[in-house]
Design a binder for this molecule. Sequence first.
Ligand code: SAH
Length: 566
Amino acid sequence: MHKAPAIVVLGPGSLATARRIQQCYPQALIHGLQGRVEGVDVQYLRFGDTLRQLYQQDTPIIALCAAGIVIRSLAPLLDAKGAEPPVLAVAEDGSAVVPLLGGLGGVNAMARVLGEALGVAAAITTSGELRFGTCLLDPPEGYALADLEQGKRFVCDLLAGEAVRIEGDAPWLEQAQLPASDSAQRIIHVGCAARPASRDELLIHSRCVVVAVAAGVADLTQRVRAALQAAGIAEPALACLLASEADMAEPALHEAAQALGVALRFAPAAASPAQMLAEALPQARLESAGALALAIAAAPVAIERIGRRRGRLAVIGLGPGAAELMVPAVKAELARAQDVLGYETYVRMAGPFRDDQVLHCTDNREEMQRARHAFALAAQGRSVVVVSSGDPGVFAMAAAVLEALHMSTDPAWHRVELQVLPGVSASLATAAQAGAPLGHDFCVMSLSDNLKPWSIIEQRLDLAAQADLVLAFYNPISRARPWQLGQALDIVRRHRAAHTPVVLGRDIGRPGQSLRVVTLGELVPEMVDMRTLVLVGSSTTCVFETAGGGQWVYTPRWYPTAPGNP
Ligand code: SAH
């Protein structure tokens, strides 16, 4: 179970190939050199540093460049023990796929997948793999190699001419071209028992054991290990932990699953852990171990069929619109989403999506209904994303989602794994384009009186303007609210001079974006629409000409009456 690969490109020439590769690994992000390639998922500054960092984080690397560049970049890291993720070099035009490192991490399998997608033969050079048609040291999902060093010796023996026989069930080796003989000294042993491997044996554990655990058990990880040991089962044979749905949000369960490196699944509450296993794995042999119980199946357990996983709901911010202003965590969340909910415009902005992802587009005003729908889906165990533009916590869906949860008495909703992922809000995106108008204290307001009384807005405007805060207005005007902005500006003008700079950002980070700097005296509501963010300066906000004929707006960090000013 490897991380999603990173696809690293140097120039725009390889972007088309990178996108074809991304089709094979939809969760993979494309990393492009800043200033050279547009439209990538992540921008980097230095190729070598980026490659080394990915490698040290154990991220599989697909580099679209000469193999030599990759080798030279990673060379300083190769001596040190530690992570060895798969690393492949792929020719810019997709005409060659070269697996370089990570033979045991499945690099050859990746090379075959890419070769097939690009219509070329992968340049596989591993002797064992070529001779036997499979990498004996990299068994398929559901199986785990017991000891790598011993395995390497074993493969060398076979390459030197030793014959082999198989003990246990190894269906993936049926097609392999192994030098098989019933009287062979060398043995590939497949099973789940904890046993020391002999010199002449390749020991492969079948992940056929499920341990049912209860919340509230102290030292859970230790207890699971002890139970496996008492039952004579090797730890790598553990396929997953199973717990009651009622305990879905228990941190100790998630910590134990993580410490043991296995998935955590949930089944309806039962009289005992053993009872839960009997229902989930009726064919398996059961063993009770105090507060825990073990199920030992005859073959690897299909984890997806054991109970279900904990649902996840992420409320994400897309940023103002441009892909490079979306944070990588949001990109990754969109890639793992099964269901995507939101106002249609934003859902479309968050795409493209795969065929297996379900889009639920709704009207902008149905926020609470959308939030409840999201919980209903996540409570079934699905991975759900609710999209907002900008930041989800700024006049957007995160508060609606939390309110729906707060109001709900459904325990299944409260057990969902809920996360809010931030985005670049319109005021920050607009301010960055104008310079630094928010460099000093500022106040953020929505001028919409749909959800709050106009009198409150008037009062806050008056106080904020009086406090000399820079003002950021969201939802400044709309067809249904035509007069409010004019009144708001009248209030601001009571406290602020006519020469005060005002920034108008419209569709910032989107096609056709425009940025305008005017003065408070010039500003009329006709300059503003619902796609505009309005920034009104304070008494210290300045404007000056840029060399290119534009204008910079900034609010200095200091304030005139404070001691120690420049
Ligand atoms: N959650 C969003 C704000 C939603 S309220 C965020 O953090 O940005 C919607 C208002 O945000 C709009 O009426 C407009 O005032 C502002 N806005 C959103 N996106 C914008 C953009 N790309 N350019 C300018 N203003 C934008």
